[in-house]
Design a protein around this ligand. Sequence first.
Ligand code: ADP
Length: 451
Amino acid sequence: MFRSVGRRLAILNTLVVIVVIAAVGLASFLYLSRKIETRTDAELQGRSLSAVQLWTSSFLEAAADESSGTATATPSNGEANDDDHESGEDGSDDDVNEHQAEELVRSGDTIAYGIDLDGDVIASLRPIDIEGLPKQDAIDRALQGEIVVETMTFEDQRVRVRTEPVLVDGRIVGAIQVGMGLGPNEQLLDFVRWATVGGLVLGAVLALPAGIWLANRSMRPIRDAFTRQRAFVADAAHELRTPLTLIRAEAEYLAQTPELSPADQAESESAIVREVDSMATLVSSLLQMARMDERGQKLVGQRVELAEVSNAVVNRFDGFALERQISLNCEVVEPASAHCDREATEQVLAILVDNAIRYTSVGGSVRVRTLTRSGKAIVEVIDTGIGISEEDQRKIFDRFYRADPARTRSRGGAGLGLSIAIELMAAQDGRIEVESKLGLGSTFRLLFELP
Ligand code: ADP
């Protein structure tokens, strides 16, 4: 389940990376190409103005000829005129011209034509023929008074062309057409285009494995928590099933054996009550753990006299200790107060004292001592009981862990007491230590910061 979620997350991550790169690339491309066009248009406008100034006399002459009826294309005072390059008749001249035209467009230099009212070229800036230039439809529109700005293609190169009417005293005397290859500026556009394609390929190749790695890594704590939760539910169900099986067996025995002696009947009944009690304890422990898991927050502390809490707990367990023939007493080595939650501390101590009595044989002793040491307020619960092996000492705080299940179940525990205790201590910034020797007894120590 986690693996397929991880894969889906990684694919989603890759798609997001690809979409972001594509969007950024496209936006940069559109922005740059718009910027290049605007800049080129402004430059063309300026060059068109210079060409008009350069050729004004040619336009006026052509206009005068027009009105007198002698329409001739007059060579301009440009660097060369239109006729110059018409002289090359043979193929090699055509090749040279084509090569020069390509160079001119690629270089981004200005191409300019002066056009008379008949639409004939009366002046041109370069002695080179460029296929498609001058643009006749644009000239026709310009002679009608329109300014035409457009982009054409020559040999795979984009050329921006501006055509506008030439006005003298508010009268149209001709048109001017200026063009400029966008090539040099478009190198940047090419770079953006290839960078975007490269980014997309790289993004797709890297984002997928990186996404899978990241998803796995970030889901590890969730997976662990899920596994722990599943184990907890399984353990809880198992723990509840045991007393239920016993209760059912005793109840069936009672129902199917009417001739049972009153003593046997009483024994079965008290076995049922015992199991119900242990179930009730287990259920309330489970509830408390669920609440602690849900809350997961710190307990609000107050100044608490630990000797008072110890006394109260010892008093509560006096009867139980007497019943088990175990001596239970409370010692105040030093009065110690701690900043903690009184109720939670009382519950932790009760769990420790209850365990100490349960895991100590008849004739043994349990002592609860209050003291301070190295800046800590301490309560110790010391018993002369069965002790805990070193290996078990590391595990007894785990949920449902019992050092010796066969023995401890008969003493009534489900293995939840110490895990509740350690969580309650952590919630009030305290901790629990254990020292124990098998067969000799155990010491559980609660440590709090002094207030
Ligand atoms: P339980 O309800 O089984 O007592 P706990 O979490 O309180 O569960 O304790 C876990 C295990 O630690 C117990 O089953 C027992 O094996 C061991 N243990 C706890 N306290 C003592 C003690 N004072 N002496 C010996 N063993 C103990």
